[in-house]
Ligand binder design. Structure first.
Ligand code: SF4
Length: 694
């Protein structure tokens, strides 16, 4: 029995875990948070929650929190606690010194999808208006950057097309490369309810996840493809739809570029895209692909939900385009119950992209090369904007190793643990003259930092998060910042230490600046958010209450574009030395690298990372259930315990990456998406062998 006492007050705020964006009442006694109660008026969750949002907030008050700024001359020196002014002056002097010696482009920032829109906006503004370059990138680089490219190219904007309510009107749900049960549990509940009511389910995933089958529902088709072959499978579905006459021609004539469509038909109808032709590559029986395609095209309202199993591939952007093509081919866009819906992993992936974190885009997905857009921000910020796109995270790291990129401000992101090819990330960080880590904890990246600025948890600040359905939710301060300042204040202090004269006194003023410069946010104010509860962008004169469904009358870009999707095999090949394919995912009770969930006082959150391996592959290697095994790739190796299961097919192994000891990213490669450099986390050729343990 947990004695929580009687709450004295409550504050409505938004969960800081996944992109569902559940809202909670934080119940307080004095300055102590005693309980998080799912808020029945939360439009994404309607009173529901999962274990993470409800119970895993103990990290916010964990003893590991660093509450004093710290600096050190060299990364081999011990940390020295200093005052905020001393830390900020030290950081500003170093960054200014680097730019004076190595040029304007020698420093940059990484924003976080964990932080609020307002904080993210300020960090990219720091790069553009203070560093005077576009060297800003976001941790969305390593998750949903292909969504930005793929949906931007085909539909004109990088966002899910539907609201979550829409799932209640779908007849067919096509889930690709996602396991909503573990990753987006509250959305999964709504999907499962619809499935229990009779909607049909198609899952495309190498692994038989919990989302494939559960109480009172079961996927009509589970296409257990070989990792890395999404494009071949989705294109084969399009081939079936086109060659069997299942296209919605009226929709295409009315809404899409007809000439491009005809070129696309010529391409996709080619026999090389037929399910029978790709069977050997994908490992999926042709009749399964044909049946799934027919169901998607003819089963009524068909909605696509996808996750990182789509994006984190060398053809991540191509798969997003292939998915967008499927929806246009069948007219499944622009009304309730249909659409293309990226399930965002972190609470503010959508927002961090919206806020101009990418090196080629200013807020609102407008290219830095566009002089009219630059003029808007030049007028607002009073500085010239660099017209050339800046460096992406992998480019920053490469440039650091080469010696031309020497200073980094990294807010709320542990790139050493999260990004692929750990050795390369470490070498890059070690080569820099100034690494500023702004975080709650001394994370792995901080081992290479010269300045540590204590961060604030979501309970300690005002702001907004934008969820996977473009819903802007308020984050409200529940308690005072433990280190004295909210994150947006720290960024402002750093900017001012470098000579800027920012004077925001509340995040609502930052949102006012966002609204004044970004048309899709023009109607967003904190007052309106308080009145309406939340707002889905675009929100402006055309849509004063926001926009639950996008592309209703026409696509944002005008006519929808069909783009060819040629399957190209990944460079990551299996062979005699590395004969198995590793893919990765997460479990319900853990979250990403576990920085928050591992700091929660409940044994349920401490399940170790294990390696799922098919019993046949285990037997041929002399491995029994629970044995220690060595997992080795061309990049590195680690040790973990074996879990023998037929959830994975022979030839495929699977693990999670919630614990730093597992070091899953020591294993992953430096292959990445051709368009966006999103790392290919989901396909690594590996060998598994018995081990005596770590
Ligand atoms: Fe938080 Fe996502 Fe769970 Fe909702 S589903 S409580 S947003 S982790």
């Amino acid at each position: 029995v947990i004695e929580i006492g009687t709450p004295e007050r409550s504050v409505v705020t938004t969960c800081a875990y996944c992109g569902v964006g559940c809202q909670f009442k934080a119940e307080m006694r004095g300055d102590e948070l005693v309980r998080m109660v799912p808020w029945k008026h939360g439009k994404a969750n309607r009173g529901h929650s999962c274990v993470k949002g409800r119970f895993a907030w103990g990290y916010a008050t964990h003893r590991d929190r660093i509450l004093h700024p710290m600096i050190r001359e060299r990364i081999t020196d011990p940390w020295r606690e200093v005052s905020w002014p001393e830390a900020l002056t030290f950081a500003a002097d170093r960054m200014r010194g680097i730019q004076a010696r190595y040029g304007r482009q020698s420093v940059g920032v990484i924003t976080s999808s964990r932080c609020t829109n307002e904080e993210t906006y300020l960090v990219q503004k720091l790069a553009r208006a203070v560093f005077l370059n576009n060297n800003t990138d976001t941790c969305a680089r390593v998750c949903h950057s292909p969504t930005g490219y793929g949906l931007g190219q085909t539909y004109g904007t990088s966002a899910g097309t539907q609201d979550f309510d829409s799932v209640e009107q779908c007849d067919v749900a096509l889930v690709i490369g996602a396991n909503p049960h573990a990753g987006h549990p509250v959305f999964a509940s709504r999907l499962k309810k619809r499935l229990r009511q009779g909607a049909r389910l198609i899952v495309i995933d190498p692994r038989r996840t919990e989302s494939v089958e559960g109480p009172h529902y079961k996927a009509a088709h589970h296409l257990a493809l070989r990792p890395g072959t999404n494009v071949a499978v989705v294109s084969a579905m399009a081939h079936v739809i086109v060659t069997e006459g299942l296209v919605n021609e009226a929709f295409i004539r009315a809404r899409c570029d007809w000439d491009e469509y005809q070129e696309y038909v010529e391409f996709i109808a080619d026999p090389r895209h037929a399910p029978e032709a790709v069977e050997g590559v994908t490992g999926v029986a042709a009749d399964q692909i044909r049946a799934a395609a027919r169901l998607y095209a003819t089963g009524g309202n068909a909605a696509i939900y996808y996750g990182l199993g789509v994006t984190e591939h060398s053809q991540g952007s191509t798969t997003v385009i292939a998915i967008a093509n499927l929806a246009m081919l069948t007219g499944n866009i622009g009304r309730p119950g249909v659409g293309v819906n990226p399930l965002r992993g972190q609470n503010n992936v959508q927002g961090s992209c919206d806020m101009g974190s990418f090196p080629h885009e200013l807020p609102g997905y407008r290219h830095v090369k566009n002089p009219e857009v630059r003029a808007i921000f030049e007028a607002a910020w009073g500085v010239p904007i660099d017209p050339e796109p800046g460096l992406r995270i992998p480019n920053m790291l490469d440039a650091a190793v080469e010696g031309t990129f020497r200073g980094l401000y990294c807010q709320g992101e542990d790139i050493l643990q999260s990004d692929p090819d750990t050795k390369h990330v470490a070498a890059a960080l070690a080569a820099m003259d100034c690494v500023i880590v702004h975080d709650l904890f001394l994370n792995e990246t901080a081992n290479y930092a010269h300045v540590f600025l204590p961060g604030s948890s979501f309970l300690e600040k005002d702001g907004t998060f934008t969820n996977a359905e473009r819903r802007i939710n308020r984050v409200r301060r529940v308690m005072a910042p433990k280190a004295g300042h909210a994150d947006w204040e720290v960024t402002q202090m750093l900017a001012n230490a470098m000579g800027a004269e920012w004077a925001y006194t509340h995040p609502s003023q930052i949102m006012a600046e966002i609204a004044a410069t970004t048309p899709s946010f023009a109607g967003v104010t904190y007052d309106r958010l308080d009145q309406l509860g939340s707002i889905q962008w675009p929100c402006n004169d055309d849509a004063p209450e926001g926009t639950p469904l996008m592309h209703v009358e026409g696509f944002v870009r005008g006519r929808g574009r069909f783009i060819r999707t040629e399957y190209v095999a990944t460079d990551e090949r299996t062979g005699p030395r590395y004969p198995l394919l590793l893919t990765t995912g997460r479990i319900l009770s853990q979250y990403n690298v576990g920085a928050q969930t591992r700091r929660t006082a409940n044994v349920a959150w401490h399940a170790e990372d294990v390696l799922e391996i098919h019993p046949h592959d285990a037997e041929t290697r002399g491995i029994r259930h629970g044995d220690w095994v060595r997992l080795a790739s061309r990049s590195g190796e680690t040790t973990l315990r074996a879990d023998l299961t037929d959830r994975v097919a022979p030839g495929v192994v699977y693990t999670t990456f919630h614990h730093p000891e597992t070091q899953a990213n020591v294993i992953t490669t430096d292959h990445s998406d051709w368009a966006t450099n999103c790392p290919e986390y989901k396909v690594t050729a590996v060998q598994v062998s018995p081990s005596n343990g770590p």
